[in-house]
Design a protein around this ligand. Structure first.
Ligand SMILES: N[C@@H](CCC(=O)N[C@@H](CS)C(=O)NCC(=O)O)C(=O)O
Length: 316
C-alpha cells in the first residue's frame, strides 16, 4: 500500500530521465509506486507539489518532493544505501558523467530520434517542447536533414563507453563502466542507449555491431527486474502529501556565497530549459542541495528539494 513512506515517481513510460530512476530502483530492488503524468503541459496535479517545476521525473516521499534526477539519485542513496550505487570510484564522477549524458549526448539523441520520427510528431508536443526550451524552434524537418551527421555524433559518444569497457576488461573486468558491479555512472550512461533502443532500434543495432562490450553491458543492465510498481492516481499522491509532514531537517545554510539564511524567501530555477522559478522559504542549502518550504492549499506543507548544480537560486 502506498503511504507516506513510499517512493512515488511522477513519470511517463517514454521518458528517458524517468528510465534512469526506474533503472536505479530496479538495481536497488526497491518497492515504489508511480503516478503517470502527462507528457506535455498542463500537469495540474503535479504543479501544487513542485510549485511550478514541470520536468520529468519528480519523486515524492510523503511531503518531500524531489525535482531532477540528480537530487532523486542522491536521496535514494541517502535513504536506501544498500545495495549502494555510489560504489568506490563513482562518487562525484557520476554527476560529472551526467553532465555529458544529459547534455551533448542527450541533444544528439533528440536530434536522431525526432529526426527519424519527424513526420509523426504531434503539433501539440512540438509546441510544448518549444515552450519548454524558451521559444527555440522544435524543428523536426531540420533534425531530419541533420540526422546523418547527428547519428555520427551519437555513435562517437556510444563508442566512448566501449573504450571504457575495453579498458576495464584489460584490468580484469569490463562488466560495468567501473568494476564488477553496476553503479551511478552506469545509470547515467544507460539513459541515451535505452532512449535509442526504444525509438530507433535499427540504428542502435548498427552501432552495436562494433561495440560488443557495450551491447553486453546494456543487456546486462536491462536484465535487472526489480519490483513491479503500483500505479496510483495523482489525487492519491496529493492526498498522501497532505497527510504527511516533511522529514525533519536541520534549517542550515553554511558558507553560502550569497549569504542566504534559513527562513528567507528565495526562488529556484533550472539554468537550462523549463525555466520556471519556484518560490518558497529557504530551509536548507548546501553545495549540492537546496530545500524550499512551500505551503499549498492542495498539499499543505511541503519541502521541495533541488540539486544545486544546474539550478539558480535568488532572493525574492
Ligand atoms: N535535468 C533534468 C532533466 C529532465 C528532463 O528534461 N526531462 C524531460 C523528459 S525525459 C522533460 O522534462 N520533458 C518535458 C516534460 O516532461 O514536460 C533531470 O535530470 O531530471
Amino acid at each position: 500500500m502506498t503511504d507516506a513512506r513510499s517512493i512515488i515517481l511522477h513519470e511517463y513510460p517514454t521518458s528517458p530521465y524517468a528510465e534512469k530512476i526506474r533503472l536505479a530502483l530496479r538495481l536497488k530492488n526497491l518497492a515504489w509506486s508511480r503516478v503517470e503524468i502527462p507528457v506535455i503541459m498542463p500537469k495540474p496535479d503535479l504543479m501544487p507539489l513542485t510549485g511550478g517545476y514541470r520536468r520529468t521525473p519528480v519523486m515524492q516521499i510523503g511531503a518531500d518532493i524531489f525535482c531532477d534526477t540528480a537530487i532523486i539519485l542522491r536521496e535514494l542513496e541517502a535513504r536506501y544505501p544498500m545495495p549502494t550505487l555510489k560504489l568506490p570510484g563513482h562518487e562525484g564522477l557520476a554527476q560529472m558523467v551526467a553532465g555529458w549524458t544529459d547534455g551533448r549526448w542527450f541533444q544528439a539523441s533528440v536530434a536522431v530520434i525526432f529526426g527519424a520520427l519527424a513526420d509523426h510528431v504531434p503539433e501539440d508536443f512540438r509546441k510544448d517542447r518549444e515552450e519548454l526550451s524558451g521559444g527555440q524552434a522544435f524543428d523536426t524537418a531540420a533534425m531530419k536533414a541533420a540526422a546523418p551527421m547527428m547519428r555520427d555524433q551519437w555513435r562517437a559518444r556510444l563508442m566512448l563507453l566501449e573504450e571504457r569497457l575495453q579498458g576495464g576488461k584489460g584490468a580484469g573486468s569490463g562488466l560495468y563502466l567501473i568494476g564488477t558491479k553496476p553503479g551511478l555512472v552506469d545509470v547515467h550512461a544507460y539513459m541515451n542507449v535505452w532512449f535509442m533502443q526504444q525509438n530507433v532500434p535499427d540504428f542502435l543495432e548498427q552501432c552495436f555491431e562494433t561495440a560488443d562490450l557495450t551491447r553486453a553491458w546494456f543487456e546486462r543492465l536491462s536484465e535487472f527486474e526489480g519490483q513491479e510498481p503500483e500505479t496510483i492516481s495523482s489525487t492519491d499522491a496529493l492526498r498522501i502529501a497532505k497527510h504527511a509532514a516533511p522529514r525533519l531537517v536541520a534549517a542550515t545554510t553554511r558558507s553560502e556565497s550569497q549569504g542566504f539564511a534559513p527562513g528567507e524567501m528565495v526562488a529556484v530555477c533550472p539554468d537550462d530549459y523549463g525555466k520556471v522559478w519556484v518560490e518558497g522559504e529557504l530551509v536548507h542549502a548546501d553545495s549540492q542541495r537546496v530545500i524550499l518550504q512551500r505551503i499549498t492549499e492542495e498539499a499543505e506543507t511541503l519541502h521541495v528539494h533541488f540539486p544545486r548544480a544546474g539550478y539558480l537560486v535568488r532572493r525574492i
